[in-house]
Write a protein that binds this ligand. Sequence first.
Ligand code: SAH
Ligand code: SF4
Length: 392
Amino acid sequence: MSDQRPGLSGLPPHELTEWLAAQDEPAWRARQIADALWTGGGVTDAAAIVTLPAGLRGSLGAFARLDTVGDTETQVTDGGLTEKALHRLDDGVLIESVLMHYPATRGSRERHTLCLSSQAGCAVGCPFCATGELGFGRDLETAEILDQARHAARRLATEGKRLTNIVFMGMGEPLLNLDRVLAAVEALNDPRRFGLGARHITVSTSGVVPGIRRLTSLGPQFTLAVSLHAARDALRDVLVPLNRRWPVAEVVGAARDHAAATGRRISYEVTMIGGVNDTPEDADALAGLLRGDHAHVNLIPMNPVAHTPWTASPMPVIESIAATLRAAGIETTIRRNRGQEVGAACGQLAAQRAGEPPAPAVARRRERLVLASAAALRGERSDEPVPAGVGE
Ligand code: SAH
Ligand code: SF4
């Protein structure tokens, strides 16, 4: 049976104060607990909070879990620049977070970016994504999101370093777990808790339009990234099945309104898949769609995943797409994908642990994707339904 105690990092500050009051403890103990929980990534055991009296340490440990991602395996790759963490949650569910180190360059300071998960699995089912293939497991609790960040911060603290950026680009669709993601962002941004500037936090979505509109109504908070992958509906229906519910024009419309209301530039992600979304027609469609927008496009070569017929576009093709976009006045960056050896794209390690599906099922999936993408390239829209669980 899973542990019923709440994760302490996800507890709203007033609830901790109320709990302390119920223990007849002074309110200022909350400050001691917060310091112990957040400084340098914080402690993972109430017994380690030496500033508290022993009795309170015991009752705090009985009341709440100090760490919800404790059982973690890490793998290091890219010559030490990428650290992949596979976390086993209390109910046995596996999720991933990836810590990426970017050494200082002449133009920029050293950065340490954590890519974290918002859900176990994902209901959206993008066919080039290992998490999508896993299907939906469950929403993560606020503490489970935050404890991934605390884990990375502790790891960095051992070298006297700090996390500089957080991106919600691990497993899951953050805008389909929006309440918890917003609570986590609030804690990450709170100077009395994680204390990371809003500009250093990016939330990525595959295009949940009502979620984007809700973020807009909250005002500028963090960077919004939209996973576009294709500008034409027929192809986007295949690559991001959510497109059948909210088509590309609605997604870009909501993103545009967000940029206008918040003054913040939208980041568009395009995973480059050889022979699928990298034709000159696709480049022109993308340029036509985003021309004149307050936007930045990131072109990312597809990370190889096991059960697709696809691979990354060749670099010269990506460069020519970047040239088309730049000629249309759209800022464009080509990103190198990190951690391929240990499967650092979204959910790849967890997918490996989930076991190999039967060979005929894999062959059918590959064949279906080849047919669907070929039909999309001819401009034919698929009549497959919207995936279950991603509606309003
Ligand atoms: N669900 C959200 C956030 C998590 S996915 C979203 O889709 O935006 C984070 C990013 O990883 C997305 O831009 C997604 O398209 C990308 N991604 C997934 N699988 C990939 C792969 N095999 N190669 C490269 N990028 C991938
Ligand atoms: Fe889900 Fe994002 Fe993967 Fe698509 S790319 S399946 S939305 S995690």
